[in-house]
Design a protein. Structure first.
Length: 650
């Protein structure tokens, strides 16, 4: 498109020409085999993006040593056994793409892993535990450091043999190379620690070793955290000097990111960080060097990307989570189909679900995406034309119902969707109202557009009855009628003027100045955030030891900061025993506790299914499905996945 002339112009990284500026950055998927080898799931994942028109794909964190894996199912490249599988992957990318180049990220976790994952004590520049992993690493000896330098070079040779077009050294996010580079984690007194030149010796020698073994013409990129955002960590001014040294050493491009493990809320940044929040840092690094700069950091729209290139802040643009939400983003942008781009809503529910929480065992699940449930399941779930066209009635216009509708219609079915409200989205529409949740509205726009594109017939503002549904003579019925807030039977609740969190956020009920919220999960915490923003005085009561435990960690970090700034009072470990007209009586640590003096009491104690039609429709139609909260109250990511699975098989 003329509108995106810069984005669709070619660029060179060393001797390698890339046909556009769209980059899929290295993001852990946890899809590989546990021994670090390639399987079909990870090939399918990258093939989907190869077909999408990206200029450069950068394969995720790939360990150059068995002690270097931060997650159980990430790729390895410490031996020749990995070459065959990786070769299948690169062959597939080159076969199914239109000139897309693929690089691999050579990495070592250092202290940012644990013995559960690597079956050994982690290693690092110094014996200082990672604040998140909290396991004391073993300090690497000088001999071991030099051995690792050789291993990086050997891995680069294997990458060449496996058909990769380039390699990227992972020197960001607090992993091993970054641990040597930063005074935050490197307290050594030998030639690999102390002053700047010594701390840079490890990455410099790695690059030299790669050049020596893989050849001077093989493209080498480097990923750098421009700001580590921890006390004592590297700041932007020093990173400019780092960039200059890396260019002099022979690096062909820099990928400019941010953060370490302890500041991970900036690496996978939530919506509180504005789109393109790292572009100024990338621009400062770009001023210091002449090699291309790859920019990252919530660059979620091609207009922002085009402007970043045009104004000299970056040369290539990494659309990280946007590439999960829509692998075909570049092709759609090129064709002018921006309204068909499946959006990232910055929920962090699917893309981070495979990452372990502190003090918890690592999950055994792979990456996915709330708005794109095909992510990580590309070979398992496919949108194929149906050979048996059906008439399908869907009841419920929330995310699950809309996803089912457009997918079924795109395959050739005739779809009718009933929604009792005058607008689409269900509870998802209300979920877009709290602070920094407005991206959810983009997903609703997308689903509705897809439904319209494929001819779904809407009956909006109509509460479907059994008679109406059966009058359509459907072959299949999908019930996506959602859920509603739980109203408990705790003593006194019937005599108390209770409102629900959905009432408050949805604008159905007004709150007084002093508000008590009973329930401190995601819904209760977000309600407190919403009310705090509007200058209410809020107290949260939660029976668990902490609030917002079901919120992704980066989002939770900033959410708790805001609640503290608003002066929200939090009472955890408290069980409510009785409701009063202006408060509650509860029990905490075995002792009675009374909270009174509130104008409004808000319930946020979970949800229950709303499913009045299933029993009445049983046996009256060939296929009857119940999805989402109508089946069991859960999150939107579950409803959308269920809708997608039915939409592609029905």
């Amino acid at each position: 498109m003329k509108q995106f002339k810069k984005l669709f112009s070619p660029i060179k990284l060393g001797r390698m020409e890339i046909n556009n500026r769209f980059v899929v950055p290295p993001m852990g998927t946890n899809l590989a085999n546990e021994d670090g080898t390639v399987n079909q799931a990870i090939i399918d994942y990258w093939m989907a993006r190869a077909k999408g028109g990206w200029g450069l794909l950068i394969l995720e964190f790939t360990a150059i040593d068995p002690l270097g894996k931060p997650e159980p199912r990430l790729l390895g490249l410490w031996g020749d056994k990995f070459i065959i599988g990786l070769r299948k992957l690169t062959d597939a990318v080159h076969k199914y793409s239109d000139g897309t180049k693929i690089a691999i990220q050579l990495s070592h976790a250092g202290r940012q892993t644990n013995s559960q994952i690597i079956n050994a004590q982690p290693v690092s520049a110094s014996p200082i535990p990672c604040p998140m992993a909290r396991e004391i690493p073993r300090e690497l000896s000088k001999e071991e450091v030099y051995q690792l330098i050789e291993k990086f070079g050997d891995a680069a040779v294997r990458a060449c043999e496996a058909g990769f077009d380039a390699v990227m050294v992972h020197g960001a996010h607090g992993y091993l190379v970054a641990q040597f580079m930063s005074e935050y984690s490197n307290k050594r007194t030998d030639e690999f620690g102390g002053h700047f030149e010594n701390r840079m010796r490890f990455p410099v020698e790695i690059i030299k070793n790669i050049r020596k073994k893989a050849g001077s013409l093989f493209p080498v990129a480097f990923r750098l955290s421009a700001e580590e955002r921890v006390p004592g960590g590297r700041a932007l001014d020093e990173s400019r000097i780092v960039a200059h040294v890396l260019e002099q050493t022979g690096v062909d491009a820099l990928d400019v990111s941010v953060g370490v493990s302890a500041s991970g809320q900036y690496i996978a940044a939530p919506a509180v960080m504005p789109p393109g929040f790292l572009l100024s840092a990338a621009g400062e690094i770009k001023k210091a060097i002449s090699i291309p700069v790859i920019a990252v950091g919530r660059i979620d729209h091609p207009l922002l990307a085009e402007d970043a290139i045009e104004t000299g802040k970056a040369d290539l643009i990494a659309f990280g989570r946007s590439s999960l939400a829509d692998p075909e983003l570049p092709k759609k942008v090129a064709a002018g189909r921006l309204d068909e781009v499946c959006p990232c809503v910055v929920c962090l529910q699917g893309c981070l679900r495979h990452l372990p929480r502190p003090f918890s065992p690592p999950p055994k699940i792979g990456i996915t995406c709330l708005t794109n449930p095909f992510c990580g399941r590309e070979g398992e779930m496919k949108i194929d034309p149906t050979v048996n066209k059906k008439k399908i009635v869907i009841v419920g216009g929330g995310p699950g119902g809309l996803e089912t509708a457009w997918l079924a219609a795109s395959r050739g079915h005739q779809v009718i969707l009933y929604e009792k409200e005058p607008a689409f989205g269900g509870q998802y529409r209300v979920a877009a109202i709290p602070p920094f949740k407005q991206g959810i509205s983009k997903a609703i726009n997308y689903y509705v557009h897809q439904c319209e594109k494929y001819g779904v017939r809407f009956k909006l503002g109509v509460e479907a009855t059994v008679e109406q549904i059966l009058a359509e003579k459907p072959d299949s019925i999908v019930l996506a009628t959602g859920g509603e807030p739980v109203i408990s039977n705790i003593k006194g609740i019937a005599e108390t003027n209770i409102v629900t969190a959905m009432d408050i956020i949805g604008g159905k009920k007004a709150a007084g100045i002093k508000v008590l919220i009973v329930g401190g999960g995601m819904i209760g915490s977000e309600t407190a955030d919403f009310l705090g923003e509007h200058l209410h005085r809020v107290t949260i009561v939660e029976m668990l030891p902490e609030i917002a435990m079901d919120v992704p960690l980066p989002i939770r970090y900033f959410l708790l900061e805001r609640l503290k700034a608003y002066g929200v009072q939090i009472e955890t470990g408290m069980t409510v025993k009785e409701f009063l007209p202006d408060g509650v009586i509860g029990e905490k640590n075995g002792q009675p506790m009374r909270l009174t003096g509130f104008n409004t009491i808000v319930l946020a104690m979970g949800g229950r299914s709303v499913n009045p039609l299933k029993e009445k429709l049983n046996g009256k139609v060939r296929e009857l499905y119940v999805i989402g909260d109508a089946s069991t109250p859960r999150k939107a990511i579950d409803a959308i996945e269920e809708g997608a699975r039915i939409g592609v098989k029905i």
